[in-house]
Design a protein around this ligand. Structure first.
Ligand SMILES: [Fe+2]
Length: 337
């Protein structure tokens, strides 16, 4: 029998090591995702923890321009969150690329974003095994110097990932240590290659995914990448035109940047999710986590002081991902040890 949202939050909070001495802050937007707020509060109480709900008028960004940053409510939000131990973000888009996230986790707080429908939360909830797989993959990124991605469709991209200071995002879907952020559910690893080092060509093929457009690519699209930025978008079908229109509409050079790159590791994440579910109810974690996908992204990069709400995550099928010449993904399948 499927678990209720409240039962799922209890299970998740146990993974997050919520203790009775702790106070949980739930960050939300007024009138949005109220069932998540109630489930989080109820689960915290069941585990003996305190729960404080911090509701902002809005923390969402427009999906298309015009866009003007407005952070008036942020200082008060941060002040209250600083008094709590564990921050659960149930805002619509998540405080993912924002300063708010960095300032909360930088204070040693655990922070978890939750957005997917309950069935996805249940099917893809994290585990110790998944955590180990993600950590192993992250160690390979940390130890590497050059990321090289190729595909039969024509992708041939390199990026500099050298150095111990490479920012690597390990997402296994729960937060069980201080200062850790994650998104329930997740199962992937990603890094931010050194700024302005990505070079080459990325070729999308039908069936690859566009997030947050929440749909599959329909036509081949070729991106030329020079010094970390997309410099050309070409293709015969409508997708090249739509992507070009999207990038140009922001009138901001930052939206053309290559952001994070990595690959999916969740053994039970399904590529078909955008067709099986109503895609507009999904946040896209299942596609991001699909095992063996190569996911790259555009726009914001807090490690390069690049802030823009224009962010595409693009999981691709059929790629080979190599680190210093050793494949971690071959032809869209994870390479087992
Ligand atoms: Fe992303």
């Amino acid at each position: 029998m499927p678990q209720t949202l409240r039962e799922l939050f209890v299970e998740q909070f146990r993974l997050c090591k919520v203790r009775p001495t702790e106070t949980i802050a739930v960050i939300s937007e007024v009138g949005k995702k109220t069932e998540y707020v109630e489930a989080a509060v109820s689960a915290a109480r069941e585990l003996g923890a305190g729960a404080l709900v911090l509701t902002a008028s809005s923390l969402s960004h427009p999906l298309l321009p015009p866009y003007t940053a407005d952070g008036r409510e942020i200082p008060a939000l941060l002040a209250a969150a600083a008094e709590c131990d564990f921050v659960v973000d149930v805002t619509v888009e998540g405080l993912i690329h924002s300063d708010v996230r960095t300032r909360i986790t930088g204070n040693g707080k655990r922070m978890l974003f939750v957005a997917e429908p309950d069935n996805v939360l249940e099917r893809l909830i994290g585990s110790v095994d998944l955590r180990r797989v993600v950590e192993d993959a992250g160690a390979k990124l940390k130890a590497g110097n050059v990321l090289h991605v190729t595909s039969a469709a024509g992708t041939d991209l390199t990026a500099d990932i050298s150095g111990k200071d490479l920012p690597v995002t390990h997402q296994w879907g729960y937060v069980d240590e201080p200062g850790r952020w994650d998104h329930w559910p997740s199962g992937f690893v990603a890094c931010f290659p050194h700024d302005r080092t990505a070079q080459g060509v990325i070729v999308l093929q039908p069936g690859d995914a566009l997030i947050p457009w929440q749909r599959y690519v329909r036509d081949h699209v070729t991106f030329t990448v020079e010094d970390g930025f997309i410099t050309e978008v070409k293709g015969e079908g409508s997708d090249a035109h739509l992507l070009l229109d999207y990038f140009e509409s922001w009138d901001d050079p930052e939206v053309w940047a290559i952001s994070h790159c990595g690959w999916g590791l969740h053994p039970t994440a399904c590529w078909s999710a955008f067709d099986v579910y109503d895609p507009r109810t999904l946040y896209g974690q299942e596609l991001r986590s699909a095992p063996g996908n190569f996911m790259w992204s555009t726009g914001p990069n807090r490690f390069a002081n690049r802030e823009t709400p224009a962010h595409l995550d693009i999981p691709m099928r059929g790629c080979t991902v190599e680190i210093d010449g050793t494949a971690v993904v071959r032809g869209g399948r994870l390479v087992s040890e």
